[in-house]
Write a protein that binds this ligand. Structure first.
Ligand code: PEP
Ligand code: MN
Length: 335
């Protein structure tokens, strides 16, 4: 249930109303817009007297929200969430477009530094790199782990780019102090214990869509994180599994405008994992920008044929620079 308060409602009366609702066992989510304050009521609202609530002086309207997700719902917070990344000054959402780039996996000091410098020069504002890799085969490279995070940190120190990397289980979180955005990979979209744990942190979380995740399930996973107190969630569309085999996954770009309607959270698109082929990354990156995405996550490697992981979908720094430039043109055109 949401209660939209009248413009200029006195704070003392708002506080009274919140206390009254809390006494009924509800949690109150407050969204302060430019003109209105919206109170989101979470919990068993079946006993709330809607007529009484509507009749209060400071209340403009009351509405039941039928969606199972609450905190991430646009009804609860009409304005876009803007996420600040560490103390880098980088923002995501609400018109702030982010360009996340870097290799699938951190491999060596030289590799991550070279890629970091190149993507920064091309306009990327966040560096990605996997240290813990969720691989389909246990015999494939599993990531450098702790050492990989240390190498990412060095690249951050040298370039000033904030860093994002994936966590696969709760025990690894102690290594993530210097990481600016924690990625929850597609395979962990419904690892509810992990979601609850990152929900207790004070860091942005990039939540990838599961291979078979519906938009509703994906939003419920975001809700898991937010219900623990961490409201800084970025959604990432990375393709879903369909019957098609020419592409690695099927990029569901309709998710971008659909989710824009349903949620205030930023939505980033990963055309690399979605397509699995370097030559498809550029057209889909441009399409994602045109569709209203709040950013892109693109795999870039200094030597794709010799990458330890996902070389076929990795762009060279030169190809990435071209994509970055054209994306800016698309953004200007659709703005
Ligand atoms: C990744 O971004 O490195 C990754 C493993 O992606 P996904 O979880 O989307 O497969
Ligand atoms: Mn990859």
């Amino acid at each position: 249930m949401i209660a939209i308060l009248k413009a200029g409602a006195p704070q003392a009366q708002i506080d009274n109303l919140i206390r009254w609702l809390e006494r009924q066992g509800l949690k109150i989510h407050i969204s302060q817009g430019d003109y209105y304050t919206v109170l989101g009521l979470v919990g068993d609202t079946s006993k709330v007297d809607m007529e009484l609530l509507s009749s209060l002086d400071i209340v403009q309207s009351v509405k039941r929200v039928s969606d199972p997700f609450k905190r991430c719902s646009r009804d609860f917070q009409p304005q876009d969430t803007v996420i600040e990344v560490g103390d880098s000054g980088v923002k995501i959402g609400g018109g702030n477009f982010c360009l996340i780039a870097g290799p699938c996996s951190v491999e060596t000091h030289e590799q991550i530094l070279e890629v970091a410098r190149a993507v920064k020069a091309a306009g990327a504002n966040i560096l990605r790199g996997g240290a813990f890799k969720p691989r389909t085969s246990p015999y494939d490279f599993q990531g450098l782990g702790k050492l990989g995070i240390e190498m990412l940190s060095e690249a951050k120190k040298e370039t000033g780019l904030p860093i994002i990397t994936e966590v696969m289980n709760i025990n690894q979180l102690e290594l993530f102090d210097d990481v600016d955005i924690i990625q929850i990979g597609a395979r962990n979209m419904q690892n509810f214990d992990l979601l609850k744990e990152v929900g207790k942190l004070n860091k942005p979380i990039l939540l990838k869509r599961g291979l078979c995740g519906t938009m509703k399930e994906w939003l419920m996973s975001a809700e898991y994180i937010m219900s623990e107190g961490n409201e800084r969630v970025i959604l990432c569309e990375r393709g879903i599994r369909t019957y098609e085999t020419y592409t690695r996954n099927t990029l569901d770009l309709s998710a971008v405008p659909t989710l824009k309607n349903l949620t205030h959270l930023p939505i980033v698109v990963d055309p690399s994992h979605a397509t699995g082929q370097a030559r498809l990354v550029k057209p889909m990156a441009l399409a994602a920008a045109a569709a209203g995405a709040d950013g892109l996550m693109i795999e870039v490697h200094n030597d794709p044929p010799h990458a330890w992981c996902d070389g076929a979908q990795s762009l060279t720094p030169v190809q990435f620079a071209d994509v970055a430039q054209r994306v800016q043109k698309v953004l200007e055109a659709v703005r």
